[in-house]
Design a protein around this ligand. Sequence first.
Ligand SMILES: *Cc1c(COP(=O)(O)O)cnc(C)c1O
Length: 368
Amino acid sequence: MLKLDFIPLARPDIREEDIQAAVQVMETGMLVQGKNVELFEKNISAYLGIKHAAALSNGTATLHTALVSLGIGHGDEVIVPAFSYVATANVVELTGAKTVFCDIEPHSFNIDPTAIESLITKNTKAIIPVHEFGLSCNMEAIVKIAKKHKLFIIEDAACALGAKQNGVFAGTTGHFGSFSFHPRKAISSGEGGMLVSNEEALIDDVKILRNHGIELKEGKMDFVKAGFNYRMTDFQAALVNSQLKRLNSILEYKNKLAQIYFNEIDNKNVQLPVTSETFTHTWQTFHVLLKGMDRSKVIKKLADAGIGTNYGAQCIPEMTYYKRKYSIDSPVVFPNAYNAFINGLAIPLYERLSPKQIKYIADEVNKL
Ligand SMILES: *Cc1c(COP(=O)(O)O)cnc(C)c1O
């Protein structure tokens, strides 16, 4: 029998033109943050229709800087979904604030807006909704709660560049929107991140924080904050800028591949992700829920068929650091997050895959 090439769970699509764009910058010898970073910021602002943007070294740095910029620290509380990549909570801990976990909706895997209000105390300062796997959150409901309680919103849109809710881009309604350009995301600079906001003062502050706290006044340099070095390099910006031109076609193609999964996967033990007319998905991750199956056996079986799969995200309070600090019984307190963590499975979906490969994966999933 013909042995198929192994299909990894994810693989970036870096093309010759992207590499050339990066190499050209390297040849100038101007490596650190410069005009390509500025251009990338302009292009992201234009793409999202938002006023201001600041590129940073990665998506965790963006979330961290957003919190620091909003003055969040010791004594404060920040509401975070219990099911996400762990970075969403780590950044809260790094500021000294307390992470307050919230359960997710069972079908969208996004923070459950109806569960947020009961978690708000006099110390709550912010909510970090995550557009999990690239599906836009219900921002209208979240904004309503945040306004009522005067909370900041930092949208973790790491997976959701290009996702929309009722025509509004994910990452553009909060005080800050945060994006990542890690190789797992649709376009990549290796490591990279972006903060966007319609408030100029917020992005000005981020630009000071990312660069050692330096402020230039009348050509004179001063250090006005204890800042970070969270800068993006100029060749990374050129690499990802080149891919940004293809973003819409990448998203369209991924959507086409997702439709093949919807048409072809037919297994009563595999629950497909939700879709809707008004909430668009970037299909950063095609995440299914297994019912009554041992996930590790499923992962092994699919690997034997040449298909890389893995769990999709963590139930963060179950991770050792959080377990020791907060001792939460997740199956009881966050049943949806816990179920998604235990029974969730990410299957391959990216622009380097052909419809034929997707069909093959669907057939193997049907055999489970
Ligand atoms: C990828 C990701 C991050 C972290 O981004 P990095 O660029 O890897 O630091 C944060 N939150 C979510 C939801 C992510 O998917």
